[in-house]
Design a protein around this ligand. Structure first.
Ligand code: FMN
Length: 209
């Protein structure tokens, strides 16, 4: 395999899209798409621009929900892309416009959470209620790194292996952000020796099979 060295402006090699819901100063909900998120046990580490309304909200009101849309929701996600809940729009976001009701703008529906004040996104099959346990600048000084402790997980019944605590990977696909293009997952290739859901569990055929 031959390689060249390149200097891409972004390093999104394919990460799930998450929709973060946080509480604005007036008690309304802000909804924002992001993809710099990964799980560390029961903590989700989030990377956010410091000037977005989401980071501003989390610095003072740490409760949030982390909602994972399925691939068919990419148009709703992209409708949120040029919007910010920050008013006035910061100069670092010259291509964004202020939108106070991003749920309506996206065509998505808020639904009550159980343990935190911000709502979840009704259309998302997998969603977490969480609290920002740590909010700090990243090493480069450009972003904020948030460690969000997950308090409760919601999963649509049709992506749960019946009678278990497991999400069925044959039935669930995240929406993947791949160098700013949206993808779903392809066919299953195999599973880890640590899988708690080997194919015998799956009551539906694997995606694409
Ligand atoms: C698919 C997608 C992924 C994004 N990922 C991130 C991210 O990981 N971190 C971030 O700060 N902004 C990310 N953004 C940009 C934010 O959504 C954008 O800054 C937005 O203004 C945040 O809204 P807010 O200002 O209301 O918080 C992403 C946008 C899209 C559409």
């Amino acid at each position: 395999m031959e390689h060249v060295t390149i200097t891409p402006s972004i390093l999104y090699v394919g990460t799930p899209v998450a929709l973060l819901v946080t509480e604005n100063p007036d008690g309304t909900a802000n909804l924002a798409p992001m993809s710099s998120a990964w799980a560390l046990g029961q903590v989700v580490v989030l990377g956010l621009g410091p000037e977005g309304q989401t980071a501003v909200n989390l610095a003072v009101r740490p409760e949030l929900t982390i909602n994972f849309p399925s691939p068919d929701l990419w148009p709703e996600v992209e409708r949120l892309a040029p919007l910010t809940g920050r008013d006035p729009v910061p100069s670092s976001k010259p291509r964004h416009r202020y939108e106070p009701d991003k749920f309506a703008a996206a065509g998505l529906t808020p639904a009550p959470s159980g343990r935190v004040r911000p709502p979840v996104v009704a259309e998302c099959p997998v969603r977490f209620e969480a609290t920002a346990a740590a909010v700090r600048p990243d090493a480069g000084g450009e972003f904020v790194v948030i460690e969000a402790r997950v308090l409760r997980v919601h999963a649509a019944t049709d992506v749960v292996v019946p009678g278990t605590q497991h999400v069925d990977p044959a039935r669930w696909s995240p929406l993947i952000y791949n160098f700013r293009h949206y993808f779903g997952l392809g066919d299953e290739l195999g599973h880890s020796f640590r899988s708690e859901t080997p194919r015998v569990w799956a009551s539906a055929p694997s995606k694409g099979l």
